[in-house]
Design a protein around this ligand. Sequence first.
Ligand SMILES: [Zn+2]
Length: 398
Amino acid sequence: MAGSVTITNARIFDGHAAELTEADIRIEDGRIAAIGRGLAEDGQVINAEGRVVTPGFIDNHFHAYGISLNMMQMEASRTSYVALLGARRLRRALVRGFTTVRDVAGGDIGLSRAIAEGLIEAPHYYYTGPALSQTGGHGDPRDAHLDMCCCGSHGTEVVDGVDALRVAVRERLRTGAHAIKIMASGGVVSLTDPIRIPQYSPEEISVVVEEARRRGSYVAAHAYSPESIVHAVTNGVRSIEHGNLLDRETAQLMAEREAVLVPTLVTYLAMSERGRDMGMAEVALRKNAEVLEAGKNAIELATAAGVLVGFGSDLMGELEVEQLRGLQAQHEVQGTLELLRSLTSRNAQILGVDHVGSIRPGANGDLVILADDPFTNPSALWLESERRVVVQSGIVVT
Ligand SMILES: [Zn+2]
């Protein structure tokens, strides 16, 4: 699957430095072989004509199986249907420039295998499997009147108690999970849980963390409020997802514990605009309004405290088309350089993977040639354009 290509006349943002480098990039067998002038031009050549080339984008909060804003619909659909829709969601993300995604509620070894074998075109795929939720937590899709037992399977799974959680974590790690995802506070689209209240007991979170760490992995937690973030981080969670209601003190605690933040600004924007038409429940719309405005403030507080801030989209169902608009939303807080770092090298650091998110010899040949200079025209980051070229592992994505 790996390809060879030479990009000439590039202005390179390497994932880190503020200064751009003018050079050619040679990719061989899927990896960056050399950066410089006068490189071998056998095989495919793309003249960037002085345009800015960035590392392939990383979305650290993606849901391949997030096929609907209605959680019950998502969990109760046939796996074959969910997987096929998921494949389309992945391919569309790749075409937009996301050459790597971290799926933090869903995915499984079958989907991952299909990607590895080239059955479908997709970003490099890191998954947690179904997110773990307590009964009545953010991963429980039932409304309060529904009298049925519940387990979930695609995006979330309801698992209560230390022993059951230990098994669930081991099973995920046995089947290729990159990390473990838990629901540690209320959420927007779940129907019965107040958004601020922490979920899972300290003992339950601790056992998930213990099992993940022993395997060399880590835990990501869905959490909005300071009380739920404190609850997660003090019990060993590393990656805080969303974090919209973060305050200064909690940001400080995150920095001390070396926890990271993956904001997902665009999903609240998209739900506030289109959620009602897409059938979102009143209670969910109210919860969305509560976190929408605070999200940007959370990024500022985390950054000021020295917390590593990444980027995520978290778009369910048809809202997936707004993925690039997430760059616009986060740009309003961070500006071009910091956004680009969050989108590439910082997200790679959160993933703990050093061969994505940077342009340097030895790294994956994952690149985006932007249509225009994002430092003078930031919309080149989020406007779809025929002039955008996406390269993944040395293969031009078309
Ligand atoms: Zn999510």
